[in-house]
Write a protein that binds this ligand. Structure first.
Ligand SMILES: C[S@@+](CC[C@H](N)C(=O)[O-])C[C@H]1O[C@@H](n2cnc3c(N)ncnc32)[C@H](O)[C@@H]1O
Length: 193
């Protein structure tokens, strides 16, 4: 069908590979705001849930709210909603396509205690959060920290996959977690002051 020489094959493959990388990076920087849409490893979300469970038992609130900052395709927020049916889970996601996926799965699977917001966590309300779960970015952590400091109520539990909050925030726990995802190994836990 194609009358290409071996050299032309290699040239074409390299061209399309480079185009793919370029488009992926453009998507990554513009739509996902520099944070790739990768889900939290199951072993880490289980550990996150252990801290949330402990926090729910301590706070003894009628309505406990968990916010997933940067919900991606919704795996973590759905897991939290399943694990804590008595809590309200809110996923905040800036990317429209990822947000639509979240809404689609929520509807398909019939979660009643889960809502999504298609907006930036820098501009949404976080004051109702009793717990924040997040898997974001080391590079953007200065801005994320400023948002947490400005918007969180006191004594909000924060569990951060992989990336410490930094600045003056000293983690109450730093867990090394064995996962099948080679790039995810640590969980940082805090309460806001
Ligand atoms: C690494 S994924 C995490 C997905 C999910 N929370 C989990 O841990 O399984 C991070 C997500 O944050 C989203 N994101 C990046 N900047 C954001 C912002 N300012 N506001 C809301 N979402 C944002 C990205 O689009 C991406 O889908």
């Amino acid at each position: 069908m194609f009358e290409w020489t071996a050299f032309e094959w290699i040239e074409n493959i390299l061209f399309y590979a480079a185009l793919y990388v370029l488009l992926w990076n453009a998507w990554f920087l513009t739509v996902s705001k520099g944070i790739p849409n990768i889900r939290t490893a199951p072993a880490i979300r289980k550990k996150m849930a252990d801290f949330v469970r402990e926090d729910i038992a301590q706070k003894k609130k009628d309505k406990y709210t968990i916010i997933d900052m940067g919900a991606g395709n919704g795996d973590l927020s759905r897991y939290m909603a399943r694990t804590f049916p008595e809590a309200h889970v809110i996923g905040v996601e800036i990317d429209k396509i990822a947000y639509w996926k979240c809404c689609f799965y929520k509807k398909l699977l019939g979660y009643k205690n889960l809502t999504y917001r298609n907006e930036s966590f820098h501009y949404t309300s976080l004051k109702e959060a009793d717990a924040i779960v997040m898997f974001l970015s080391w590079l953007l952590m200065n801005d994320i920290r400023a948002t947490l400091e400005k918007k969180l109520s006191k004594n909000t539990l924060i569990t951060s996959n992989k990336f410490p909050i930094g600045g003056d925030w000293v983690p109450e726990h730093k867990l090394d977690v064995k996962t099948l995802y080679f790039h995810q190994k640590s969980l940082y836990v805090y309460h806001s002051k």
